[in-house]
Design a protein around this ligand. Structure first.
Ligand SMILES: C[S@@+](CC[C@H](N)C(=O)[O-])C[C@H]1O[C@@H](n2cnc3c(N)ncnc32)[C@H](O)[C@@H]1O
Length: 234
């Protein structure tokens, strides 16, 4: 049976809201990824698993020339459409990332972003191969995921377990699933896909998270939640 991990319906609405100003997405993951990105002025960017379009909006605000978003959830594509409004430099596709990105051309993007999505997928090898194909030589992939030790703390067992685990969304009652993996698997898959590692960060929340949720802000100073990498296609 095919997994459907896209955040549909009420979960999509909940995610769209919490990603706007929540401690994890807005104040931990995105600041770390944009620090890794550097100057995006004039770039043609792809955002896979674009959710409610928060990255797309920020890429455009920071000067990206064009952004293509790909997202599996109809609910979140609708949120992304609302967020980007009539911006003609943004194109959105509803598409299951377990399938190839056939509608995108080879060597056509300067930058690809995959924020907190690839651990949901089983066909990560195919997705990474597709991201490699559509990036121009020398292009950049920014990718973030759940930190392997966060999964180990939450789900227990052996650090080396690579089973599918349930993702809980705070105290909302919503759940989804993702594949936990070791750091060796995570980085190995990226290197095997033909990317070179330029930088790896284990983000702590930005100071701005303190205002939103002090307890969670303080927790991220002690426990890694995410890991983010900047990779180069060579
Ligand atoms: C944690 S959210 C991250 C969203 C966005 N990248 C962000 O950081 O705001 C994970 C996203 O991956 C999407 N997703 C999960 N499985 C997917 C699949 N098989 N195909 C396409 N999108 C998927 C979800 O719908 C959701 O938008």
């Amino acid at each position: 049976m095919r997994l459907n991990t896209a955040y549909e319906g009420a979960l999509g609405d909940y995610f769209a809201e919490s990603a706007t100003d929540g401690p994890y997405n807005a104040h931990t993951d995105r600041p770390a990824m944009f620090a890794l990105a550097g100057d995006v002025t004039g770039l043609r960017a792809l955002d896979v698993g674009c959710g409610a379009g928060h990255y797309i909006a920020e890429l455009r605000a920071r000067g990206a020339a064009e952004v293509v978003g790909v997202e599996g959830s109809e609910t979140l594509v609708r949120h992304a459409c609302e967020r980007v409004g009539s911006d003609a430099a943004v194109t959105l596709h509803q598409h299951d990332l377990e399938e190839p990105l056939e509608f995108l051309s080879d060597d056509s993007f300067d930058l690809a972003v995959a924020a907190l999505v690839h651990h949901h997928l089983e066909n990560r090898e195919q997705l990474l191969a597709e991201l490699h194909r559509v990036l121009r030589p020398g292009g950049t992939l920014l990718l973030s995921t759940v930190h392997p030790t966060a999964d180990w703390v939450w789900h227990g067992g052996s650090y080396f377990d690579e089973d599918r685990v349930e993702t809980r969304f705070g105290t909302s009652g919503f759940t989804n699933s993702h594949r936990r993996m070791t750091m060796q698997t995570f980085l190995g898959e990226l290197l095997d896909a033909g990317f070179a590692l330029e930088r790896l960060v284990e983000p702590r929340a930005a100071e701005s998270a303190r205002r939103v949720d002090e307890a969670r802000y303080l927790k991220t100073l002690q426990t890694p939640f995410f890991v983010a990498v900047r990779m180069r296609k060579h």
